[in-house]
Design a protein around this ligand. Sequence first.
Ligand SMILES: NC(=O)c1ccc[n+]([C@@H]2O[C@H](COP(=O)([O-])OP(=O)(O)OC[C@H]3O[C@@H](n4cnc5c(N)ncnc54)[C@H](OP(=O)(O)O)[C@@H]3O)[C@@H](O)[C@H]2O)c1
Length: 359
Amino acid sequence: MIVAAFGESPDDAIEHQVSIEPMPPPALGAPDDVVVAVKSASVGWVDLLMSSGQYQHMASPPYTPGLEYAGVVAHKGPAATARFEIGDEVLVDPLLAGPRSLGAYQRAGGWASYAVVPSEALLRVPRGMSLDAACNLLGNYETAYHCLVARGRVRPGETVLIHGASGATGLAAVEIAKLLGARVLATGRSPEKLAHVRAHGADHVLCTREEDGGVASLRDRVKALTDGRGVDVVYDGVGGEISAESLRCTAFGARYLIVGWAATPLVARGRGQRGAPQANTLPTNLIMMKGLDVLGCPTAISTAHDPSLRPPRLAQVLAWADEGKLSPHVSRTFPLDEIKAAMWAKWRGEITGGAVVHP
Ligand SMILES: NC(=O)c1ccc[n+]([C@@H]2O[C@H](COP(=O)([O-])OP(=O)(O)OC[C@H]3O[C@@H](n4cnc5c(N)ncnc54)[C@H](OP(=O)(O)O)[C@@H]3O)[C@@H](O)[C@H]2O)c1
């Protein structure tokens, strides 16, 4: 599957720029390259934004999307790793291969039958984890870990308010906050999706549909659940009106984690141009008077600036996964020839947790 050129928006990219193209099997480039036969690839929010160049990092079209994928080793170069043999199941590190990587492998994502990766990008699939779940592990849980641990420094007994909790990163944040010993309040707009959030460990779910009180009632509901005190940490992957309201839900001195803006995704112009007017704003008076720490939490960018962030984060996420403490939720799967339907489903918010495409 190819993005021929960046769209004006993800909608435009889905309609006009993506297509399935027959290709020859990929050739090994370097002696330590490995060809992976892709079995499961996630359909992520970032894949959508990247297709119009509205994500902060851009692969160069034409490229194959699919930041995260898992499969089996199909072919190895003469200097390839001995850690894996032909036929072994592997997970591919999205920071070292595919559209979110920085080097020579970024044109080859997982929405394809085969992908070429350097040996160093291969990871073992966590014990007992399906390939559908595995391809929804790293981006989501590493993001949640970076936000809650490296930036938010969440401590046992603290209360964390998680927005976008039914999403891929949001559900991961619910699970990790609970592993850290926090109490979790989670928001969303759909009772059906929030039932899954509850099942993944949230202590309280707060529906922000109008008929349930909307975003405007959030402060009163959160205060009622925290003895009038407010929360210690906000994990905000949604942006827009819920952000300003969330400042009113905090305890004095709380940490406010800016994770993303699913409600206002088009903060850059389409076709890879920069500078759109829809950027979110936060009221400085509330930040000041409540002594808040507002923390930007870009996982991949922070890691590029400080590579020492990655090893402990990756090790902890993989260890938790091996211990069966993480369960990436996949609500829908699609064959590759229904990739447009998969992209639309993700873009229109019809997915709880992750979606997966099977080449
Ligand atoms: N900081 C980082 O390093 C990092 C890494 C990955 C992703 N992100 C960002 O984090 C955000 C969430 O990513 P994700 O992969 O979790 O996305 P996702 O799976 O699509 O989830 C987003 C969630 O936001 C909620 N939402 C609330 N209002 C919305 C609106 N108006 N439009 C769409 N969704 C709305 C939806 O839940 P309900 O339908 O239940 O309301 C949805 O489940 C994105 O902005 C993404 O770019 C940041």
